[in-house]
Write a protein that binds this ligand. Structure first.
Ligand SMILES: Cc1cc2nc3c(=O)[nH]c(=O)nc-3n(C[C@H](O)[C@H](O)[C@H](O)COP(=O)(O)OP(=O)(O)OC[C@H]3O[C@@H](n4cnc5c(N)ncnc54)[C@H](O)[C@@H]3O)c2cc1C
Length: 411
């Protein structure tokens, strides 16, 4: 094991984690299983295995648990900050929702996003209010549907790219204002280079519903995601090691390892690097209310950031005199940057297949989570897959059967 902060002897104590064993033991862990990463993937698997009586080590290079969902209270303003970008929990999965109830109290939260484009503020996702404001009309749902269909480019029969998909289904005006610039900034390439499947996921609504998500359950953990994950890890069968990087050489120390770190990183990038977008955050501090909503997107290509999020609005049940916002800039991920969004274009897919083949030749390790399987996963999907991986691992172990490198196909 190599830990970047190995010179620090004190156990790490974080607010709200007193009951959780957070240690940096200098001896090798006496654990049967190791989860690499203390995000939702690692924490959920660790909890389920510990409940089944296994001793589990949870290692993370960072100085905190909860992975990219980490939240922390800002000392100056008291605002709960989402350090790696805003996270809103939403799901239709009954099993995941009911599982989480033991670890947090969810507060009601509805994600309503605004966008500034071409000198005006509109409501997202593009809905009837957006359409009527944008075109200066007073259309009914049926009229709006007809109106948009009339603007669509019907000569595009089988859209292959994001741009063709947009022109085919929303027409040039809405595409330019709401999709083109934002997409160029987010992905660092032209929409004509992206697959049509990306836009298929973006809803266009012919009513006034501006709730961003369709899911049955939506909410925010009252004390943040980090407190939730600390509670998941608060089990006598779990030992958490922060500031501890696990490498391929460490796998032999355990009966089995669940790797939620980068798949290419496990192999020391020997075939090359899987492409990601990373994010830079510019902090903005102000008094009162800075922008009046949690998330304001910026659609114009001249504005270099994609959105500004004002974090106190993610906890609407709290009151704070001052405010903290972050402007988000997307760029290509370089070595040393935090990988956020997997790109998954044709080149990356080919490299992914090669890494998957290497992974299948390894023993005693399964690759899980967003980085281990190189997929964008919402939290609920991450948790569902982690529950499934733990369940299947326990069944295979009991049967003396081999455990697969992947529980979900990454390619
Ligand atoms: C900007 C952004 C916004 C998002 N917003 C939402 C949202 O609103 N709603 C939603 O449902 N989902 C959202 N998500 C998705 C959410 O972040 C993921 O579902 C979740 O983080 C996946 O958890 P994970 O445990 O698989 O990975 P992570 O949270 O990334 O955890 C992996 C951990 O592994 C550690 N690690 C890596 N390599 C090693 C190593 N060698 N040794 C030890 N530790 C290692 C890392 O430090 C990290 O802490 C968002 C994602 C992004 C990028």
């Amino acid at each position: 094991m190599v830990g970047p902060e190995d010179n620090v002897d004190d156990p790490v104590q974080r607010p709200g984690a007193q009951a959780c064993l957070l240690s940096r033991a200098t001896e090798p862990l006496v654990a049967e299983v190791c989860t690499v990463g203390a995000g939702f993937s690692g924490a959920v698997i660790a909890r389920q295995l510990a409940e089944a009586g296994l001793a589990v080590a949870v290692c993370d290079t960072r100085d905190h648990v909860a992975g990219n969902c980490h939240t922390e209270r800002d000392t100056a303003s008291g605002v709960m900050l989402h350090r790696y970008g805003p996270h809103i929990f939403h799901t239709d999965n009954e099993r995941v929702w009911s599982f989480l109830q033991d670890y947090t109290q969810f507060m009601p939260y509805t994600n309503r996003v605004k966008t500034t484009t071409q000198g005006h503020v509109y409501s997202l996702p593009v809905n009837l209010l957006t359409i009527n404001q944008f075109f200066g009309t007073t259309l009914s749902p049926a009229e709006a549907r007809e109106f948009i269909e009339a603007r669509a480019d019907l000569s595009i029969e089988d859209p292959q790219t994001f741009e063709e998909q947009a022109l085919r289904f929303v027409g040039p005006e809405l595409y330019e204002a709401f999709f083109k610039g934002y997409t160029q900034k987010q992905w660092g390439c032209e929409p004509a280079e992206l697959p049509a499947s990306i836009l298929k996921r973006l809803p266009l609504r012919f009513n006034y519903d501006d709730n961003y998500f369709f899911h049955k359950y939506q909410g925010m953990p009252r004390d943040g995601y980090t407190a939730l994950v600390e509670k998941l890890l608060d089990h006598p069968g779990i030992e958490v090691r922060l500031g501890t990087a696990v490498t391929r050489a460490d796998v032999a120390n355990y009966q089995h390892v669940f790797w939620s770190g980068p798949l290419d990183g496990y192999f020391d990038f020997r075939l090359g690097r899987l492409g990601y977008r990373t994010l830079d955050f510019r902090e903005i501090r102000a008094s009162g209310d800075y922008q009046g909503c949690a998330v304001m997107n910026y659609g114009d290509p001249e504005v270099p950031y994609t959105r500004i999020s004002e974090h106190k609005h993610f906890s609407p049940w709290e009151e704070h005199a001052n405010t903290v916002c972050f402007a988000e800039y997307s760029r290509a991920c370089e070595p040393g940057d935090i990988p956020y969004y997997p790109i998954r274009l044709a080149g990356e897919q080919a490299l992914l297949r090669d890494y998957v083949a290497l992974a299948r030749d390894e023993s005693n390790i399964s690759f899980v989570g967003r980085l281990g399987t190189y997929r964008y996963l919402d939290m609920d999907v991450t948790i569902a897959e982690a529950l499934d991986a733990a369940e299947r691992f326990l069944a295979l172990r009991a049967a003396g059967a081999p455990v697969p490198a992947f529980f979900t196909e990454p390619a």
